[in-house]
Design a protein around this ligand. Structure first.
Ligand SMILES: NC(=O)c1ccc[n+]([C@@H]2O[C@H](COP(=O)([O-])OP(=O)(O)OC[C@H]3O[C@@H](n4cnc5c(N)ncnc54)[C@H](OP(=O)(O)O)[C@@H]3O)[C@@H](O)[C@H]2O)c1
Length: 277
């Protein structure tokens, strides 16, 4: 597995520790996946039957001024991994994002909907999907959204801190999507990795339910009892370098039916994550 120290990678490590498995966990210190030579050297002495690519450039705003670096990791490195999997005859589970969509839909995005990213991050992730599909053989791509975890930096941890420090906060209410607990996603990814039948293709995974960033912040206050007023504001009142899709709700019917998944509601999962923090 690549990106082992990220949010998803850390959750996969935690979950797989409780069952016998022979995963090899790598992050950039062990293996820089932008280098095909390093990848070939890494796999020269061992064989893999499944590779999970959690490594990515995920700094959405920073990507607007670091396009080359974002493309190197999200497209070129993803392609490297797909080529290596082909050579090894290994299955590949590659992670992608709801930010491949422009957010103009009014109904949950299906895998068959055409991507149209509105940010550099989204463009490079979509380019990565295409590279993986072109160069890979046995590939599952899982698009997810609004990821948070007790590991790493994310909106939930930032809000948890700010709602304890401040009397009031302004949070955007006109961007709507699916908050996703990386631990639930990790469970789904491991289920796919261990599935008897590896059904290739693109899949959408997020927690059930729908929320705005405002709803998510308010839920954190409700659960923690923090003494902080959350005020809804519009996107234009909180300008960011990268444009975000105003609506990126994902339709999860395909992954639920194919891999027999039961997905918890985002509030239930948020509560579980907050209890760890
Ligand atoms: N975070 C979200 O809200 C979100 C939403 C939708 C989809 N996703 C997707 O879900 C997946 C997992 O996201 P995440 O939040 O777990 O990401 P993350 O926390 O940013 O972790 C990514 C990991 O990849 C590592 N990495 C970066 N460049 C690398 C390289 N060249 N070689 C090897 N490792 C490298 C990073 O190391 P450094 O930290 O040292 O750079 C980091 O440990 C990604 O594909 C992401 O695009 C994320």
């Amino acid at each position: 597995m690549t990106g082992a120290k990220g949010q998803l990678g850390s959750e996969i490590q935690d979950l797989s520790a409780s069952v016998p498995s022979d995963f090899e966990f790598t992050d950039i210190e062990e293996l820089d996946i932008t280098s095909m030579d390093d990848i070939r050297e890494f796999v020269s002495s061992q064989t893999f039957d499944t590779v999970i690519n959690c490594a990515a450039y995920t700094a959405v705003d920073q990507a607007e001024k670091e396009e080359d670096q974002a493309e190197l990791i999200n497209k070129k490195a993803a392609q490297n991994i797909a080529v290596m999997c082909c050579e090894q005859k290994a299955r590949l589970i590659h992670m992608s994002t709801d930010f491949v969509f422009d957010g103009t839909s009014h109904t949950p995005y299906k895998e068959t909907d055409k991507p149209h990213p509105v940010s550099v991050y989204g463009q490079t992730k979509w380019a990565g999907e295409n590279a993986v599909l072109k160069h890979g053989d046995d590939v599952v791509i899982v698009r997810t959204s609004w990821l948070y975890s007790s590991y790493g930096h994310n909106f939930v941890k930032t809000m948890l801190r700010l709602t304890q420090e401040r009397e009031s906060l302004n949070v955007v209410f006109d961007q709507v999507g699916n908050p996703t607990y990386a631990r639930d996603l990790a469970g789904a990814v491991l289920k796919i990795a261990h599935a008897e039948k590896f059904t290739t293709g693109i899949y959408h995974f997020s927690n059930e339910g729908v929320a705005s960033w405002y709803d998510l912040a308010q839920a954190i206050v409700d659960i923690t009892g923090a003494d902080c007023q959350i005020h809804p504001i519009e996107t234009y009142q909180y300008p960011t370098p990268a444009k975000r899709p105003p609506y990126s709700v994902l339709n999860k019917a395909k992954i639920k039916n194919t891999y027999h998944l039961q997905i918890p509601h985002w509030r239930e999962s948020l509560q579980k994550c907050l209890s760890l923090l």
